[in-house]
Design a protein around this ligand. Sequence first.
Ligand code: HEM
Length: 154
Amino acid sequence: MYSTLLVLHSLTRWFVLAFLLYSIYRAFIGFTQNKTFSKTDNAFRHWTATVAHIQLMIGIILYTRSPIVMHFWSNSKTALQNLDLTFYGLLHIVFMLTAIVVLTIGSALAKRKLTDKEKYKTMLVWFSIALIIIFIVIPWPFSPLSSRPNFRTF
Ligand code: HEM
């Protein structure tokens, strides 16, 4: 169960990034070229938030199963001196939750804006902030915070 969740969580990160990047690209083009906010734009707004929520669900379950997180909470005083334990026990969850809240607010606000220009602008700004946070807290192989493989297999 734990290793399946880890593989899934690792894989879903690429969908989160792909949806975010493409939505930001569409919002940028729409905003700068004064386009009409189409059904496809709206679908990408909606599905980007949904994919992030799926990743959030997997993350929450993974958090309750992870031996690293369990070790962090059962030795929290000494664990705080270990960056890898603190990263998964605290930093990853706090910043990812923040990013997903930002993304969700952006999606909801964009939906309620009256003009197409405002819809694109709202999506562009809020989704970009979420992407920056997510990018920083992903444990890339090159990350100084915690290093994990780009693709994990069973
Ligand atoms: C967009 C949001 C997120 C992305 C892109 C993301 C991405 C990742 C990646 C790439 C890993 C490394 C997987 C591996 O070792 O192969 C990871 C690990 C982990 N994530 Fe996330 N994550 C997100 C949100 C969350 C959230 C919200 C939580 C908790 C509620 C969470 C909990 C965890 C845990 C506990 C691990 C490490 C598990 C372990 O090694 O035992 N993640 N995450």
